[in-house]
Design a protein around this ligand. Structure first.
Ligand SMILES: [Zn+2]
Length: 488
């Protein structure tokens, strides 16, 4: 009798433990503000050493666990983070928490007021700062993991079109200038001069959608809100200061609205703004003539506060009516894709060498020397690179990640074709492989397509999208399987 009961009891216990697998979440912030000054800012064409921070830089981590899959998303206030740095941070975070490295999505926000995380012509990364960065990321993951508690999740979207503008324009006659290679072959111009009546029409769409995932503790206390918006950055940071740009300001503004009064004995609410697909999108409203009189110049940080506040208002309005669910499941899939690196032709190399030998820069087109250096750098690079692509499912939501500055049209296409809806893409994730124009945009030319600004093969965006849709199908199938066999 006893022996026959035992297996039954075991089965009963097993099914109980499976049913008891509850959804849990934890969030935390790691400080990555420089501790030693000066540091050099990245993201422009000139050296910008700075001595102070205007606002803190953070790594914001969200750990989710459905009892079977544990994953982490970390959004880092940095401009560009190379794969090697993320790989090392993942290894360390994995060692500290046991979370698999292929269950980690780590991405830079793309603030242009952060210290370099790699050496570029305009900035040299300091070893000390690289360590601050890695340690901050790992700390955020460790703490978020330690904060795991029973939780519920909600999601939503809202269109906020007024802050996003396509920055690539077809120009009227007389509006184009030679590119850095001395050619007049570009059909579109990035950030064209406003006010001279030379603008024709934008060369691509914008994605006005803000997507968000809200995580609350069982009972309703807010844990975190992860948002995603396709806006390159805002800018207008006080000169000579480090800043998290509107990404950091959004985190503060959404916290004010969602979790204004916090209990010190509980983990602090973490607001997070990730970058969508904003390679060709910025916050400059291009118009053909300036209104007269010209509007007064904005004070430093004023535009950042305005955009962040407006986006936080819209998100909060939808958030307030968002249904949160306790019984959701997760899935994540990661794949490496090998892509060709664009190489300069013999002719382009010869021209680059001539440009670099020219002592009188006034004889050269703008940025000719920068792109000549780029050509030599590309000639030395390995012929291919392996990039990490990921898809995550959180409940019904699909998230994809790409290690590039992705064009809005690629993000819109993924949203439309994704088997999971809603869906959104986090760019500059798990590495940095520069701009990712679509083949159509490559044909139009312009800054983002120039050899050096773009280094992946011309078809890269299509190959990447193909893999991502495959991964999205994988993580959505996972859900279908579980629905059919709820006890598996
Ligand atoms: Zn940029």
């Amino acid at each position: 009798m006893k022996t026959r009961l035992l297996p039954l009891l075991f089965l009963l216990l097993l099914s109980n433990s499976l049913c008891a697998a509850e959804f849990r979440a934890g969030a935390a912030v790691g400080d990555i503000t420089p501790t030693k000054w000066p540091v050099e800012l990245i993201g422009s064409f000139s050296r910008r050493p700075v001595e102070k921070a205007h606002d803190p830089l953070s790594a914001r981590a969200l750990v989710l666990d459905d009892g079977e899959t544990r994953l982490v998303i970390v959004i880092v206030d940095s401009c560009l983070i190379p794969r090697g740095l993320f790989d090392e941070a993942k290894q360390r975070a994995s060692k500290a928490t046991g979370i698999r490295t292929d269950r980690m999505l780590m991405a830079a926000t793309h603030t242009h007021s952060a210290p370099a995380a790699l050496d570029r012509p305009e900035a040299t990364a300091s070893e000390e700062y690289l360590e601050v960065l890695k340690r901050g990321i790992v700390e955020a993951v460790k703490q978020a993991n330690a904060n795991l508690e029973a939780a519920e999740v909600g999601w939503g979207q809202v269109n906020v079109p007024e802050h996003v503008h396509n920055r690539r324009w077809y120009m009227k006659s007389g509006g184009m200038v030679p590119n850095p290679f001395g050619e007049m072959t570009d059909q579109v111009r990035m950030n064209p001069p406003r006010g001279r009546g030379l603008l024709d029409r934008p060369a691509g769409p914008t994605d006005p959608q803000v997507s968000f995932i809200s995580v609350r503790a069982k009972g309703g206390r807010p844990i975190a809100l992860l948002a995603n918006y396709s806006l390159h950055y805002v800018g207008g940071v006080p000169a000579g200061r480090v800043s998290a740009d509107y990404f950091g300001e959004f985190a503060r503004q959404i916290q004010k609205r969602i979790a204004p009064k916090e209990d010190d004995s509980q983990p602090t609410f973490v607001g997070i703004m990730s970058n969508g697909t904003s390679g060709d999108i910025n916050n400059i409203k291009f118009v053909n003539s300036f209104p007269k009189p010209r509007p007064p110049r904005k004070k430093p940080f004023e535009q950042i506060r305005y955009v962040a506040g407006s986006v936080a208002d819209e998100v909060f309005r939808v958030y307030s009516n968002t249904k949160h669910r306790e019984s959701i499941t997760l899935a994540m899939a990661e794949r490496e894709l090998t892509l060709d690196i664009r190489k300069p032709t013999e002719e382009q190399l010869g021209r680059a060498k001539k440009v670099l030998a020219e002592p009188d820069e006034s004889k050269l087109p703008s940025y000719a020397k920068v792109y000549a250096e780029n050509a030599l750098e590309l000639a030395e690079m390995p012929p291919t690179d392996d990039i990490i692509l990921q898809a995550i499912r959180i409940g019904d939501v699909g998230i994809t990640s790409i290690p590039c500055e992705v064009f809005a049209e690629t993000g819109l296409d993924i949203k439309e074709r994704s088997p999971l809806k809603p869906a959104f893409t986090i760019e500059l994730a798990n590495g940095w492989n520069r701009y990712l124009p679509t083949p159509r945009q490559h044909r139009l030319g312009g800054y983002e397509t120039w050899l050096g600004t773009s280094i992946l093969e011309i078809q890269a965006s299509e190959k990447i999208e193909h893999v991502l849709l495959d991964l999205l199908r994988d993580v959505s199938r996972d859900e279908a399987t579980r629905k059919r066999n709820p006890n598996e």
